[in-house]
Ligand binder design. Sequence first.
Ligand SMILES: *Cc1c(COP(=O)(O)O)cnc(C)c1O
Length: 370
Amino acid sequence: MESTARPSQTILTVDLDALTDNYRTLRARLKGAACAGVVKADAYGLGVRRVVPALAAAGCREFFVAHLGEGLLVRAVAPRDAQVYVLNGLLPGEEDEFRASSLTPVLNTLEQIERWGEAARRTGAKLAGVVHIDTGMSRLGLPPGEAAILMREPARLSPIDLRYVMSHLACAEEDTPLNEAQRLEFAAFRARFPAAKASLANSSGIFLGPAYHYDLVRPGCALYGINPLPGRPNPVRQVARLDGKILQIHEVDPPRTVGYGATHRVTERIRIATVAAGYADGWPRSLSGRGSAFTGEIRLPVIGRVSMDLTTIDVSAAPHLRAGDSLELMGERLPVDQVAETAGTIGYEILTRLGSRYHRVYTGGPAAGA
Ligand SMILES: *Cc1c(COP(=O)(O)O)cnc(C)c1O
């Protein structure tokens, strides 16, 4: 939430009511499974200190982060009875801190299982852990050879309080046979540990149907308004809105050019608004000459290059605009997925980069102090 920008500048507004609506929308698709919240990368850039309490107020009790530092932040703002799982695993030397803060490591290798087991023996009690097997990402999790060893020697897990076995889908947002292949590989592993709960689906995986839900689903992006069903109607609401403050307006006559590289040459008199948002704010440079902004229902094109702190927008179609007014850079009319597509990236990257520099304003959510 810390920011060097003042409230008078470009503002990222996070709608906590939309966030919790999205949580409920996803949960409503489940029959018996629980719904976690994936809040890695500071809740996809939107701020764990407000996102976690809001999700908790909606009933969420299980949170996933990427690494130990994020886990400590979430632990500090989550309810006491919440579980915090650390996806990147247990690095050597982190055992005591995990234990002291009641963080649950996602164990990604036999070596991590071994080390967590030793920590449990030193403690004299079982320690909670999740076992992640790789079924097709080749990124994190026990590779097939290690998973096979664990299936033959399940006693390796005896010092561990096995909370979940989990895996992660590579293309849940697509209709591809890989989803079912991953599910079957996961089911075969899981059959060896019938007492353990299981977790497979991310946001898009929830929409693959109940066979993918198991005991816990792990949505991230859909909580934050990113469409888990690309190319189909978005079942979730926009959560993040970006309003760019107009610092100055220029009337520009031909043959002047706009911005670095003089990439845009003016052919008739136009009005240009200079907005306080640039690539250092996570407003992608690839929107140069391609992106847009809105005032009311009027779409206004980005012209010239996006620079470090500033973007130039042709506001000729909106003569009422003045310095000090704001333009919608992302929001209802410019959903995060659309901004991402124009920028040549995905909504995840847009959100996680936007959070750093803007003043963040939160609307809705649990009563102050909750
Ligand atoms: C990031 C992540 C998720 C959430 O994925 P979304 O596509 O954002 O819903 C779930 N599980 C794992 C292992 C992840 O790394």
